[in-house]
Design a protein around this ligand. Structure first.
Ligand code: NAD
Ligand code: 022
Ligand code: ZN
Length: 375
């Protein structure tokens, strides 16, 4: 069949809207009509050429929602008409990682996904004889796409596509980092570095978990009002304080008879390795947990004095908020439908596919929290 897609033709070039050929689903695969897709930082990272693993031409996009149009042989968990969210972290429930119960990083299709291919080693997208690569196993910048059955979460059919597409990455990553990775408890204190599309979801996850003190840190003062909207209790702009932000935060979080400061939990939602260090060092001696969510540039390294760890801080990281997609994503959609979490206010821009490059510009300029393309 033919489908309309925004194609990343080469590194550093704008996406081009064109008709491409899409082969139907093979065994274990599902054809999905994408109804809406968010634009996220990794799409931009890959498009810019900064990602050494980026492949071209490719159909980017990994934050979508849509409807099953057709299923291949052997597909049992999905049928035509089901509403689905694509998963860049699949859940096969059979590989050693899934069976371990210790990680969400399913390995069933990992190798081919990283090569921009379906599990059988081929691509379903082409223009004439020329192959186009898949991206993060999703390629949601195409109106129709093919995914493995294990990379689709079946969700409530009443949920609006243009909002729940955000659950395909940002919402689940932020809320999941709090609940699955850090395992934040009631009454905790927390610091969130970077109040963008991820940090705001960390804040609403902290609120859900019952955290008491939720400190947001951002260089941009406009983010204060944004944070407060989702439960932030204090705001710090590192540019507007005297001295280093770490002692400032430690001082803010002093409590107990010994007056030792530091947050129970800290989160990096910036991707800056400098901020990752600040986040670790702003966590409490003896038990502080610091979660790296931001993705740093290729080849970057983090550092701290080992004393920070010897004195009981834990440095950890999370992919897709530690969520097992087929199990957890439908629950998050239900939380949204039940009003337990908010999504609508974070979707600041809605665009047509023709204007997708404008969505990338808005992200660059820091003008959007999330832009969503509606097909
Ligand atoms: P964003 O650009 O919307 O937000 C980043 C925020 O950080 C901005 O508000 C910016 O002003 C602030 N910031 C930048 N430097 C800062 C500093 N030194 N101190 C304090 N604040 C600072 O980005 P986003 O969409 O929220 O994504 C954040 C990061 O999360 C990205 O690196 C993205 O790739 C990553 N991410 C990771 C996962 C995962 O599974 N681990 C999933 C999705 C996104
Ligand atoms: C999503 N991300 C950033 C913004 N939006 C993002 C990027 C990378 C990962 C997670 C979220 C990530 C963390 C760890 C891994 N990835 C490796 C997983 C593994 O090896 O099992 C990651 C993922 C997918 C791809 C590359 C890296 C890919 O499909 N190309 C989950
Ligand atoms: Zn993303």
């Amino acid at each position: 069949m033919k489908t309309r897609a925004a194609v990343a033709v080469a590194a550093g070039k704008p996406l081009e809207i064109m008709e491409v050929d899409l082969e139907g689903p093979r065994e274990g695969e599902v054809l999905v009509e994408i109804k809406a897709t968010g634009i996220c930082h990794t799409d931009e990272f890959t498009l810019s050429g900064a990602d050494p693993e980026g492949l071209f031409p490719a159909i980017l996009g990994h934050e979508g929602a849509g409807v099953v149009v057709d299923v291949g042989k052997g597909v049992t968990s999905l049928k035509k008409g089901d509403h689905v969210i694509p998963l860049y972290t699949p859940e096969c429930r059979q590989c050693p990682s899934c069976l371990s119960r210790k990680t969400n990083l399913c390995t069933a299709i990992r190798a081919t996904q990283g090569q921009g291919l379906m599990p059988d080693g081929s691509s379903r997208f082409s223009i004439g004889k020329d192959k186009i690569f898949h991206y993060m196993g999703c390629s949601t910048f195409s109106n129709f796409t093919v995914l493995p059955e294990i990379a689709l979460a079946k969700v409530n059919p009443d949920a609006p596509f243009d909002k729940i597409c955000y659950i395909g990455c940002g919402v689940t990553t932020g809320i999941g980092a709090v609940i699955n990775t850090a395992k934040v408890e009631q009454g905790a204190t927390a610091v969130v570095f970077g109040l963008g599309g991820i940090g705001l979801n960390v804040i609403q996850g902290l609120k859900l978990a019952g955290a008491d003190m939720i400190i947001g840190v951002d260089l941009n003062n406009d983010k204060k009002a944004w944070g407060e909207r989702f439960g932030m209790t204090h705001f710090v702009n590192p540019k507007e304080i005297d001295g280093d932000v770490v002692p400032y935060l430690v001082n803010m979080t002093k409590r107990g008879a010994d007056q030792i400061g530091g947050a129970d939990y800290t989160f990096d939602c910036t991707g800056s390795t400098k901020v990752m260090r600040q986040a670790l060092e702003a966590s409490h001696r003896g038990w502080g947990k610091s979660v790296v969510i931001g993705v740093a540039g290729a080849g970057q390294e983090i550092s701290t004095r080992p004393f920070q760890l010897v004195t009981g801080r834990t440095w950890m990281g999370t992919a897709f908020g530690g969520a097992r997609g087929r199990t957890d994503v439908p629950k998050i959609v239900d939380w949204y439908m039940d009003g337990k979490i908010q999504i609508d206010p974070m979707i600041t821009h809605t665009l047509k596919l023709e204007d997708i490059n404008k969505g990338f510009d808005l992200m660059h300029e820091g003008k959007s929290i999330r832009s969503v393309v509606v097909y």
